[in-house]
Design a protein around this ligand. Structure first.
Ligand SMILES: Nc1nc2c(c(=O)[nH]1)N[C@H]1C(S)=C(S)[C@@H](COP(=O)(O)O)O[C@H]1N2
Ligand SMILES: [Mo]
Length: 258
């Protein structure tokens, strides 16, 4: 147990922590507001002197990153997420993005190219037919969104680990980053990238991925929460420099395991 220091220098420590937590985005915000973390506890946990809301906010961000590292350690690359019979597919499957459905990006299939960057030997850009010609597999899994809903869907495409070895990606690197056509971006850890159920998907429910679900391509990881699964992928890069993500940079947990 962490003991609360008996005396803080003239500030209401608990109020400072709560105020700082309110500046974070969900789910970090909810987690910290619910916790009984005190300013003294936070100082001990982080080894930092916290004097005001700004420093408290910085430390909360750091603790959230620490949580990422713990999730990374706990991730078992051999453990499979549950799969379901096709009869359990949620119809219609929900749409979600940081904008409304009428603003879904329109991507031209003929001129589309998937760009590769960073620590990758073969950086040639891929056309859709080239990607469709690779060996394909599909799976029925549950998508879990932090906003409080989940749904079962069927995605098909190329096993991401196969794709990474085909292009000569440096799989000893720490991160894989994704840039999307709608300005969304995210990044994942290498063990998850190499997980057997991580697919570079081109289809939904047996048909070409429709625009709302991420045409032309969505990375589907049943081991991660919805916001970690990028739709409309335009570029993939392998790097040792932390790339962050659209929601992650606003306080969502980076590891985002489900
Ligand atoms: N490019 C892009 N990818 C994205 C998002 C987005 O806004 N843009 N939203 C994420 C979130 S929060 C969720 S829950 C899922 C929703 O995917 P769906 O529309 O197929 O249900 O996409 C994820 N990937
Ligand atoms: Mo989500």
């Amino acid at each position: 147990m962490i003991k609360k220091p008996t005396r803080m220098t003239g500030i209401d420590g608990d109020a400072v922590v709560k105020q700082a937590a309110r500046r974070l985005e969900q789910p970090a915000r909810r987690l910290f507001l619910r916790s009984s973390l005190t300013l003294g506890g936070l100082s001990l946990l982080s080894g930092c002197a916290i004097v005001d809301e700004d420093s408290a906010e910085q430390v909360l961000m750091k603790v959230s990153r620490f949580n990422d590292r713990v999730q990374g350690w706990l991730f078992d690359p051999k453990l499979l997420a549950p799969t379901y019979p096709e009869s359990m597919i949620t119809r219609p499957f929900p749409f979600n993005a940081y904008y409304d459905e009428d603003e879904v990006p329109e991507i031209d299939a003929a001129s589309y190219r998937l760009e590769l960057g960073g620590l990758v030997a073969d950086k040639h850009a891929w056309t859709l037919p080239e990607l469709q010609a690779l060996p394909q597999t599909d799976q029925v899994t549950r998508h879990i969104c932090v906003e409080g809903w989940s749904a079962i869907g069927k995605w098909g495409g190329v096993r991401f680990s196969d794709f990474l070895s085909r292009v000569g990606a440096d799989t000893s690197a720490r991160y894989i980053g994704f840039k999307c056509a709608d300005d969304y971006y995210t990044s994942i850890d290498m063990p998850t990238a190499l997980h057997a159920q991580t697919l570079l998907t081109l289809t939904y429910d047996g048909r070409q991925l429709p625009p709302r679900y991420g045409f032309p391509m969505k990375l589907r990881m049943p081991t991660k929460l919805g916001y970690k699964n990028p739709k409309h992928i335009q570029a993939i890069f392998v790097t040792n420099t932390y790339p962050g993500g659209y929601w992650e940079d606003q306080g969502y947990n980076w590891f985002g395991g489900s």
